[in-house]
Design a protein around this ligand. Structure first.
Ligand SMILES: [Zn+2]
Length: 266
């Protein structure tokens, strides 16, 4: 996503001139072919929802200082909250059925396809979760606690972390650490956990809507307004924990993510 934001400019007469933020979503999507419109895959729809979440946080900001408005200055581990939050709506029946129609006949998405989408969402989610926890813990351990003059080699650290986070121990010839580009060359050093943490935040934010009742339009409006006035309005003007608490009334819980991933009974 590309953005351009300059909410406050001081004119020569000393008066502030507020400008509206501008956000561009630039996505690679299936192009229209001949007389067929762009027939997007489900993944492409999810991507648009995701990027639109970033766009919403940017466009609905109430902060007048460009460097803390919209998506600016939001801590790394909270920056994917509004975007991943939006992905949840792609699986919510009324939202999906409201747009998933045959482009010629207008026929809605058949129920069995909807059920397949829901089932595929959590396919092997336990393994996926474990894999991300393995990477995250290993990253923190190597960048935070590891001492090159200590007793352990980086490989020893990996094998130690693997005892709790992999089903099978790594093979002796496995040189994964040499290929873990994210944390050595990709700028994610000690920050890989932010992928999972953002999922915790976005799942818990969506759970507020589930608790209010997804079928209850008035409750959704009220919760949506609170979400709009906190997460989407405050940008990087406050610590993300404060912003989250002002929406949720408490600190984040990991329960909704476990439930959404099918790892705990809903
Ligand atoms: Zn994103």
């Amino acid at each position: 996503m590309d953005t351009c934001l300059n909410r406050r400019q001081i004119k020569s007469n000393g008066k502030a001139d507020i400008q509206l933020p501008v956000a561009y979503l630039i996505c690679n999507q299936t192009p229209p072919v001949d007389d067929k419109p762009s027939l997007m895959t489900f993944t492409e729809v999810e991507t648009v929802f995701h990027e639109f979440g970033h766009g919403l946080q940017h466009m609905l900001t109430k902060i007048d200082y460009p460097s803390a408005a919209g998506i600016n200055n939001v801590e790394w581990d909270a920056v994917e909250l509004p975007s991943q939050f939006m992905e949840n709506w792609c699986y919510e029946r009324p939202t999906l059925m409201g747009m998933a129609k045959h482009y010629q006949t207008g026929e809605p998405l058949p129920e069995h396809y909807y059920q397949k989408l829901v089932a595929a969402r959590n396919y092997m989610s336990g393994s996926g979760m474990l894999r991300q926890l393995h990477f995250s813990l290993l990253d923190i351990e190597l960048h935070y606690r590891y001492r090159p003059d200590g007793d352990e080699t980086p490989e020893d650290v990996r094998n130690r972390i693997a005892k709790n986070t992999t089903i099978l121990p790594p093979l002796p010839e496995d040189n994964f650490l040499c290929a873990f580009g994210h944390i050595f060359a990709g700028g994610y050093a000690a920050g890989y956990y932010s992928y999972k943490w953002a999922e915790v935040l976005s799942a818990d934010a969506f759970a507020a809507f589930e608790e209010a009742g997804l079928e209850d339009e008035q409750a959704i409006k009220t919760t949506g307004k609170r979400y709009r006035d906190t997460v989407l309005a405050l940008g990087g003007s406050k610590h993300p924990m404060e912003v989250f608490k002002s929406f949720r009334g408490r600190e984040p819980s990991t329960e909704p993510l476990l439930k959404h991933n099918g790892l705990k009974a809903a």
